[in-house]
Write a protein that binds this ligand. Structure first.
Ligand code: SF4
Length: 289
């Protein structure tokens, strides 16, 4: 047994990375479409398979209070363990089009990625950000790369939905310098019925992450789902109970992908929610306004 999976019998193993605990038959895949069972072990089939590489401003992650003004080599693969109907990266996360992304993906070994990141230092690069799709379903690749990055004095950044078992992925925490984690709302209904996730797991992941690295959080405000002042008061109050200096990004929704049945979030709503959050938190930023 590994903390990441449990072998159930000759032909099946259980993945422990997220709350779904998928029981995967040999050669089949879990819900995320990435973790598969091979010779009784659960492994990510997208290990090192990158679909996007870009040198981005750190503020774009978004991280506003971690090495501001710097650039970071940002990489993504494919697959996700949530099913947000408004996903802006759906072509690499969960639609049929993931199959096309798989064909486009190219293999970059952990050591090679660290070397590329080092070469980009001359252009202002500070490290590698694992982003675009959900990086923690490829936990092994992130960890292996982070070990090379730390030796080169480079930073490891994660942009994640936080839908991971903190105990299963605990070996990664000491290697991560900064994270932006989604806290998409504060109701179990929204996480379960709309996003196909688990709010408690995200909260536990955030609680653990703040002990190890710089953490900023993002809440995308969807009209009619998570846009009340009461909910923002609860979200910001809970974050404050961890640390009132954890920055919160409150972002505006635009209709896209499978969620086109409502208008974009009004800008004045975002600013009202910012004012609510600022009663509990020191650093609150707006996004997409
Ligand atoms: S990471 Fe993927 S395979 Fe593992 S439990 Fe979650 S959805 Fe299932």
């Amino acid at each position: 047994m590994s903390g990441l999976f449990l072998r159930l019998n000759e032909d099946m193993a259980k993945c422990n990375v997220c709350f779904r605990k998928c029981e995967i038959e040999e050669g089949r895949y879990g819900f995320c479409g990435v973790r598969t069972c091979r010779e009784g072990k659960v492994i990510p089939d997208n290990y090192g398979m990158l679909t996007s590489v870009a040198l981005d401003p750190i503020e774009k992650k978004p991280l506003r209070r971690f090495m501001p003004g710097s650039l970071i080599l940002s990489v993504g693969s494919y697959g996700c363990n949530l099913r947000c109907p408004f996903c802006q990266n759906y072509s690499i996360s969960w639609s049929e089009e993931v199959n096309d992304s798989k064909k486009r993906a190219g293999y970059v070994a952990p050591e090679t990625l660290a070397q590329i990141a080092e070469e980009q230092k001359k252009n202002g690069n500070i490290g590698v950000a694992f982003t675009y799709n959900e990086p923690l379903i490829s936990y092994e690749y992130v960890l292996d790369t982070a070990k090379f990055l730390v030796k080169k004095g480079l930073k490891t950044v994660l942009v994640t939905n936080g839908m991971a078992d903190a105990e299963a992925v605990k070996d990664l925490f000491p290697y991560v310098d900064a994270m932006n984690i989604d806290l998409k709302g504060f109701s179990d209904r929204y996480y379960r019925d709309v996003l196909k996730g688990d709010r408690r797991m995200v909260m536990d992941f955030i609680s653990e992450s703040v002990k190890y690295s710089h953490v900023e959080l993002t809440t995308l405000i969807i009209p009619g789902e998570n846009d009340t002042e009461e909910e923002m008061s609860e979200i910001s109050g809970w974050i404050s109970s961890l640390d009132p200096s954890v920055p919160l990004h409150i972002s505006r929704f635009f209709p896209r992908f499978h969620m086109t049945d409502r208008e974009a979030t009004p800008v004045d709503k975002i600013y009202r929610l910012k004012a609510v959050a600022e009663k509990n938190l020191r650093f609150v930023y707006t996004g997409n306004c």
